[in-house]
Design a protein around this ligand. Structure first.
Ligand code: EPZ
Length: 420
């Protein structure tokens, strides 16, 4: 079993470059299936979710090579249209392959992605979007069987779902005719997917707004793209600097994608300055409580940053209320933070964080990706030693948590013991 050991209680200080965005690279890799040639993605983070996505592309007959942070995908002759159950179970976001497999192969069979540690993860919006474009989809024994040639249409999403927006875009480029997508997600990942599809020869407009238009049926060729920075990893490290009462700089980031997170940390007493591609934060020895933090679709406060910002505010002077509006079970990190001395009470989607003077080190376990990162944030600001297990969750989204936090001055080490 692997464990991360952190000696907390000392202000962090340093600089770190932010990795490529997990939530960008996954749909970008799915999009490479639509190319009749070879695509090159640069600044791909080394994550288990990326490994699993590459496994899916290979299982579909694509040739995929990885050289450092460069992934090359030759999808000139895909052979399959099914994603196996084990591969689907590894990563529920594989559902974003539904559109591209159907669009490229005329048929797609995946097992139902099922829930995960954040609660139920329905895909009704994905299914209704594909049906609007003419796909016939049957759900039988936990499998989704989709087939049919696609025709452009008008899709209205009842929720600005990131994944459903991506699936709709990835199938609409293969449809005959134009598609209009209403109430689309506006996350930066959508803008990035749009620019990659356009580099492949598609004609997608409106990415980043609620209305995206897609011209279907254009031939899609190979393209190159550099993956943008991971805004949630950036939010994690800003929270760690804040939790430790330190100061430091993140480079390779787009500060505009972090504005709702930096607003909360500023209100909590941090001084924050942003430049072209960096953000600098200096924290007081003790943070203040902030106004209620309500998670919302972009450009609102990101649900993925809820846990890490909460971890920083556990020692704030005063109370901060969190309202998690996006997922029904996204407070599983609270029990672990309480083991470190935090005073947090959860009532449904509300968590009330009463700031305590100090947190203390403890043995804690990551319950999900961002909940695990939150434990590291709390640990750098806690007195004494914290040991974190359940690292497979963290490895899904952080390519070098230990090295990055060490770069910010944390006393952190990863011990890979032999027994699982
Ligand atoms: C993406 O998940 C991200 N994952 C999540 O990040 C992120 O938390 C989420 O968007 C919200 O920002 C990736 O990009 C790989 P949604 P996704 O569809 O697309 C409901 C992380 O930590 N919904 O925008 O699955 C859903 O239940 C991960 O990096 C339906 O009801 O999220 C949720 O309440 C965690 N029906 C809300 O919409 C559907 O068909 C938003 O989900 C689809 C979604």
């Amino acid at each position: 079993m692997s464990v991360i050991q952190i000696q907390g209680g000392r202000p962090l200080s340093g600089s770190v470059r932010i990795q490529g965005a997990k939530n960008s690279v996954l749909p970008l890799l799915a999009a490479t299936l639509l190319s009749r040639g070879t695509c090159v993605l640069r600044n791909c983070p080394k994550l288990t979710d990326v490994d699993h996505t590459i496994d899916i592309l290979r299982s579909l007959g694509c040739r995929v090579e990885r050289e450092g942070d460069v992934v090359t995908v030759d999808s000139s002759a895909p052979t399959g249209h099914t994603i196996s159950e084990p591969l689907m179970r590894e990563m529920r976001s594989s559902v974003v392959f539904l559109g591209p497999i159907l669009g490229r192969m005329g048929r797609a069979v995946i097992s139902y992605p099922g829930g995960c540690e954040l609660g139920p993860r329905p895909i009704d919006l994905h299914i209704s979007a594909l049906r609007t474009l003419g796909a016939s989809i049957t759900e039988r024994e936990g499998r989704l069987d989709c087939e049919g040639s696609l025709t452009g249409g008008e899709i209205v999403l009842s929720i600005p779902s990131v994944g459903a927006t991506e699936n709709a875009m990835l199938s609409a480029v293969c449809a005959q005719g134009d598609t209009i997508l209403h109430n689309a997600a506006r996350e930066p990942e959508i803008v990035e997917l749009q620019s990659f599809l356009n580099a492949m020869g598609a004609r997608v407009r409106g990415g980043g707004t609620s209305t995206v238009t897609i011209r279907g049926g254009l031939p899609l060729h190979g393209a190159e793209h550099t993956v943008g920075p991971d805004r949630i990893v950036a939010a994690t490290y800003l929270s760690a600097l804040a939790a430790s009462g330190g100061e430091g700089e993140l480079t390779g980031v787009d500060w505009r994608q972090l504005s709702t997170v930096t607003a909360v940390l500023s209100e909590a007493g941090c001084t924050i300055r942003s430049g072209a591609d960096q953000v600098w934060l200096s924290a007081p020895s003790r943070l203040r409580g902030a106004r209620p933090v309500r998670t919302a679709p972009y450009p609102g406060f990101p649900t993925d940053a809820q846990a890490v910002v909460m971890a920083a505010l556990c020692k704030g002077e005063g109370t901060t209320v969190f309202v998690e509006n996006m997922f029904s079970s996204r407070y599983r990190h609270v029990d672990e933070l309480v083991r470190m001395g935090a005073d947090i009470r959860v009532e449904g989607k509300v968590a009330v964080v009463c700031g305590v003077k100090a947190l203390h080190g403890a043995q804690v376990r990551a319950t999900d990706l961002r909940g695990g990162a939150a434990l590291a944030v709390a640990a750098v600001g806690a007195e004494g030693e914290t040991c974190i297990t359940g690292l497979r969750h963290i490895d899904r989204g952080y390519q070098s948590l230990c090295e990055d936090l060490s770069g910010l001055g944390a006393r952190i080490v990863r011990l890979d013991t032999s027994t699982e």
